[in-house]
Ligand binder design. Structure first.
Ligand code: NAP
Ligand code: G4F
Length: 321
């Protein structure tokens, strides 16, 4: 029997790499869309590079998406590509809108033109809840984004719903809360902390400069969350699902645990720096994943404490070389 074929945009990112591994394990043929860059950035997929097919394309260019879909004819498309860093969205709001918002329409429209039977997953975000209007946040909670990134993701979410309702497409939106791993980009707070802890533990640094230590997030493990993406596309009907742990922790608590794992006291090393504060902040995010639990049969397996330990250990190993 022919292997099922899936196409992932954003395969060079954190989630793309975990999803590619997961789909390969499920027996899929995996196609990954990559955009042109002057240097190769395949660190996260190097270990599976000989098992996947990479194809050029860019969310800014609909023609490239149409060509790509015509050439590879996937059964499932996972749209993980985005300008995904909230802080950058304040300094590059238009670019963020082009990629993270309009990019979704370009891909959905390319699918509609080439083959509307293709199943589609959109990487929506808890950042859409922003200044939260209810706690915990669920699929029906109104959105109140607090950054150009959050606004762009709201657009991406609704255009996914719109293509589903207008054209009957199997298009689902996963409203994922923060998920982390040793493959997280160094600019995001969890990896910045685990990497900073490793540098301090190995005597390469003495301090770590951070912004708002009181911000709270519902942090899970990226490897668990990609399973939920796949489960959404295996349902008879498309839909929207909150994917979260249901627990929230502060940046301060993350520091306390991460430094603690290396035998260090965070209060001696963390320096609060105004440069890392945002023009508008999302103070508290905590999701209610009941729908994903009940309808998808999904549950996270890695706890917050295990996640912090895994990230610190991985960065110490990485820096020791
Ligand atoms: P990430 O590590 O920042 O990866 C983003 C990916 O998008 C990279 O592969 C990047 O390619 C690609 N990309 C950026 N602009 C592109 C363009 N114009 N055309 C094609 N590809 C482009 O993000 P992530 O953490 O894996 O997150 C995956 C998705 O989930 C994103 O859409 C993010 O917004 C969303 N999300 C993430 C979280 C989370 O906690 N991680 C939570 C909710 C939603 P390059 O390598 O070439 O830069
Ligand atoms: O790690 P962060 O940059 O992630 P943020 O803004 O929550 O966004 C991530 O999760 C979203 C899901 O809700 C995704 F959609 C998005 O793509 C991305 O993956 O910041 C987390 C919190 C913020 O409140 C920030 O103000 O940590 C606070 N923080 C405190 N000091 C810091 C720092 N964040 C960063 N990046 N750097 C700091 O020094």
């Amino acid at each position: 029997m022919a292997r099922k074929r899936a196409l992932i945009t954003g395969i060079t990112g954190q989630d793309g790499s975990y999803l590619a591994e997961f789909l390969l394990d499920q027996g899929y043929e995996v196609i990954g869309m990559i955009r042109r860059s002057s240097t190769v950035n395949f660190e996260r997929i190097r270990h599976i590079q000989d098992r996947i097919t990479l194809t050029p394309g860019d969310l800014l260019d609909e023609v490239s998406l149409i060509h790509m879909l015509r050439e590879h004819r996937p059964a499932e498309v996972y749209n993980l590509a985005a300008q995904s860093f909230v802080q950058t969205s304040f300094s590059q709001p238009v670019f963020t809108g082009e990629v993270t918002a309009l990019g979704v329409t370009r891909l959905l429209d390319a699918i509609r033109i080439v083959d509307p039977e293709i199943r589609f997953y959109q990487a929506s975000s808890s950042e859409m809840f922003g200044k939260v209007v209810e706690v915990p946040q669920r699929e029906t909670t109104p959105f109140y984004p607090r950054s150009p990134y959050g606004v762009a993701k709201v657009y991406g979410h609704w255009i996914t719903v719109n293509y589903r309702e207008s054209y009957g497409m199997h298009a689902s939106s996963g409203i994922l809360f923060n998920h982390e791993s040793p493959r997280r980009g160094l600019e995001f707070v969890t990896r910045k902390i685990s990497h900073g802890v490793a540098r301090i533990a190995l005597g390469l640094d003495t301090e770590l400069r951070l912004g708002n230590l009181d911000a709270q997030r519902d942090w899970g493990f990226a490897g668990d969350y990609v399973r939920a993406m796949w489960l959404m596309l295996q349902q008879d009907q498309p839909g929207d699902y909150v994917v979260a742990t249901g627990q929230t922790h502060s940046v301060r608590r993350f520091c306390e645990l991460a430094f603690g794992y290396a035998g260090l006291d965070y209060q001696k090393h963390v320096v609060v720096d105004e440069r890392f504060f945002r023009p508008a902040e999302v103070d508290l995010l905590v999701g209610d994943p009941s729908r994903a639990y009940e309808q998808l049969g999904w549950k996270p397996e890695v706890s917050f404490e295990q996640l912090v330990e895994m990230m610190v250990e991985a960065d110490i190993r990485l820096l020791r070389g």
